[in-house]
Design a protein around this ligand. Structure first.
Ligand SMILES: *Cc1c(COP(=O)(O)O)cnc(C)c1O
Length: 365
């Protein structure tokens, strides 16, 4: 698959009239000049905004599917779920995926009469999908880096009459295309690599099912979960360099993973691009890049903290996908992992400079 980034960069330019700005204008208006009948015109800032609409045009190009943007990844996930479940629906979610999705299900959807079942990523298909109305998947899982057989799950759920939603945050549409594997809805946090500069929160929903997208748009309009025009503008700017950033990040992650695997201070390493990683076979079949996230387990919680906090090229921070490499111990948020387990997001630093800093800190442990 080609990245389509070249076409993406010229989507706007090729439609410009003489004298129009080449860069995307930021429109902050809540009101539109509307004398007389407003038919077909933008009406109000909660419904229409030209900056989001252009961003959505670009995202739709990347996803090869209609797209709607939201003010965060969780707003996008909420929209996809509220658009597809109703009282009595049965929802299946991973027990080891992004934890806030589980909190949403347990603390809010459950109270509305939705029956929530959790299964681990590695055995997600065990038990089949009969009776589930909505099946939410995440592959690779964050933070465990386990993968699911997406085409098999998509077709089994469809055969059982359910809808699939895939959280594609960690790989972006440049690394994995769940809709092409039969998944009905993609959701993503664009706060991560899509924005890429750790200066915004955004998310999106993409689907080729027009009825679902109509419902998602209605949810956005009535819930008011709309993106700010400035964030939309920033995300659009970030997307212009996604291809180069993602390429650097994934390329560096592969080399770092190989070096971590050889380093005596590192116990376990997980990276789907290592041939002996449990996710390698599925990753090879389903992804175009192995991603920029990896995990390592060091000798103890103290060593892990020292490594994260002293390495001059790692920001000790939660979240991932920025131009600056970052790392954190996931156990501090209650993820079911070893206390010395570190999720590391590889950034855009030149590889050898980055490795030198990391190796120095590992050797000093
Ligand atoms: C960060 C993240 C989210 C939530 O996104 P926000 O933009 O923080 O709301 C959802 N899913 C995954 C996999 C994430 O990493």
């Amino acid at each position: 698959m080609t990245s389509k980034n070249g076409e993406m960069l010229h989507l706007r330019g090729n439609a410009l009239k003489q004298g129009e700005p080449v860069a995307l204008p930021l429109v902050q208006s809540s009101m539109y000049h509307l004398p007389g009948a407003p038919d077909g015109l933008p009406t109000y800032g909660r419904v229409d905004n030209p900056t989001w609409q252009h961003l959505e045009h670009v995202l739709a190009h990347l996803e090869n599917a209609p797209c709607l943007t939201f003010p965060s990844g969780m707003a996008a996930i909420s929209a996809a779920l509220f658009a597809t479940v109703k009282a009595g629906s049965r929802l299946l979610i991973p027990s080891d995926g992004y934890y806030v999705t589980r909190v949403l299900a347990d603390r809010f959807l459950f109270n509305l009469g939705i029956l929530v079942t959790e299964r681990p990523t590695t055995t997600f298909a065990d038990g089949g999908f009969d009776g589930f109305d909505v099946v939410f998947v995440e592959s690779p899982s964050n933070p465990g880096m386990d993968m699911m057989d997406l085409p098999a799950i998509a077709s089994a759920v469809r055969a059982a009459g359910g809808i699939t939603i895939a959280d594609n945050t960690t790989l972006t549409p440049l690394g994995q295309r769940p809709l092409d594997m039969g998944i009905d809805i993609v959701v993503a946090s664009d706060t991560k690599a899509m924005g890429g500069h750790s200066d915004l929160l955004m998310g999106h929903v993409a689907s080729r099912n027009a009825q679902i997208m109509e419902r998602v748009e209605e949810w956005r309009k009535v819930s008011g979960a709309i993106p700010g025009p400035h964030e939309a503008w920033l995300l659009h700017r970030g997307l212009e360099t996604l291809d180069v950033r993602f390429d650097r990040m994934c390329g560096s992650a592969q080399v770092l993973a190989e070096r971590f695997a050889e380093h005596p201070a590192v116990g376990q390493i997980r990276y789907p691009g290592l041939p002996d990683d449990p996710s390698y076979t599925l990753a090879k079949a389903q992804t175009t890049r192995f991603g920029f996230l990896l995990s390592i387990t060091l000798g103890s919680e103290e060593k892990a903290e020292t490594f994260i906090n002293t390495c001059p090229m790692l920001r000790p921070a939660t979240s991932f996908g920025g131009v600056h490499s970052s790392a954190e111990r996931r156990a501090r948020w209650g993820d079911d992992v070893d206390p010395a387990f570190i999720r590391l997001s590889v950034g855009c630093e030149p590889l050898e400079e980055l490795w030198k800093a990391i190796e120095g800190s590992l050797n000093a442990l």
